[in-house]
Design a protein around this ligand. Structure first.
Ligand code: ATP
Length: 312
């Protein structure tokens, strides 16, 4: 009897920006407790999973040359974890993963985590698993603190290391301009820098998360702009002083507010509406303060299947 090979599955998965990121003091185990509000943006990676005799990961697009394609690739770690979870051989999962990146690598937008989440969703479909989003989220949390959010998308409150997710309801769309820096920043380096700055002095801390939740539910970008905050911003700017100029240039170009996204170095600018975002992006691109500029909106859904190709 001829075995039917299931068609490849392609999943689209969003980048995130943190509208609010409160970082607790370093714990004895080296981690920090976080209170954060994530928003998923229309800047997406696409991940295709397919049954293959030659297993492995391929990566194309934005920053692909900086992405490891071996065992340390987060998407590959997702393959192994899900294979083991459903009783397949993690050392020979017979799967090929092709990643097309648009999310900047090491940019503070959780691109690697997004690819891992997309892989979990893609394989669930490819392997026809009866597995709920919540069960996938359990596995996702083992891969990294930002992976569960990429499964759910939209806007959410994250606690713990960011992996405990509660959805934030809201019907409003917000418009963003994203400025990519010339090189990435390592997330652990940024947390270390924050610990150092806190030993030396008292870098600014964000206010209460409740105010940001209210700003979000108002749907008024002007109100939300006043409330954006990121405890990691001082550390990212300390490591990359040029970000100060980028942040200023975005506001000078007409954005309501600018913020470092997560651990940076990507900066995110909240704009009044979509037309303003396009104008701000054009001016920022001409200002020579960053490598690339993108326009995005949010919230958008989390990782979801966009195509299942029919077998040839
Ligand atoms: P976060 O905001 O979650 O801290 P980030 O957006 O700053 O993450 P990523 O793009 O997720 O950073 O990449 C962090 C590092 O992870 C990269 O330097 C890269 O070496 C490694 N990595 C592993 N797998 C991937 C992947 N699929 N895509 C991008 N980077 C990956």
């Amino acid at each position: 009897m001829l075995a039917v090979v299931p068609p490849p599955v392609t999943v689209r998965v969003p980048a995130k920006v943190n509208l609010h990121l409160a970082v607790g003091d370093v714990r004895p185990d080296g981690y920090h407790d976080l209170v954060t509000i994530f928003q998923a943006l229309s800047l997406v990676d696409e991940v295709t999973v397919a049954v293959a005799d030659e297993p492995g990961v391929e990566c194309h697009g934005e920053g692909a040359d900086q992405v490891p394609t071996g065992a340390s690739n987060l998407a590959w770690r997702a393959v192994r974890l899900l294979a083991a979870h459903v009783g397949k051989d993690p050392d020979d999962p017979k799967v090929r993963v092709v990643i097309r990146k648009a999310i900047p690598v090491a940019g503070g937008m959780a691109g690697g985590s997004a690819d891992a989440a997309a892989t979990l969703v893609g394989l669930s479909s490819l392997w026809r698993l009866e597995i709920s989003r919540d069960e996938l989220a359990e596995l996702a949390g083992k891969l990294g603190a930002d992976v569960p959010f990429a499964l759910y998308g939209a806007t959410a409150l994250g606690t713990g290391r960011g992996e405990r997710i509660v959805p934030v309801l809201g019907r409003h769309q917000f418009h963003w301009v994203l400025a990519f820096d010339r090189r990435g920043l390592s997330t652990p380096d940024v947390f270390d820098e924050l610990d150092r700055l806190r030993l030396e002095g008292d870098p600014p801390r964000v206010g209460a998360v409740e105010a940001v939740l209210e700003g979000l539910s108002s749907g008024d970008p002007r109100q939300l702009a006043l409330l954006l905050g990121n405890d990691l911003q001082a550390a990212a700017v300390s490591l990359r002083p040029n970000l100060r100029r980028t942040l200023r240039a975005g506001v000078d170009a007409g954005a309501l507010a600018g913020i470092v996204s997560g651990s940076g170095p990507t900066t995110a600018f909240l704009c009044e509406d979509g037309d303003t975002a396009v104008r701000v992006a054009a001016e920022l691109a001409g200002a020579g303060v960053c490598r690339t500029v993108r326009v995005a909106h949010g919230p958008v859904p989390g990782a979801r299947v966009i195509t299942t190709e029919e077998p040839k």
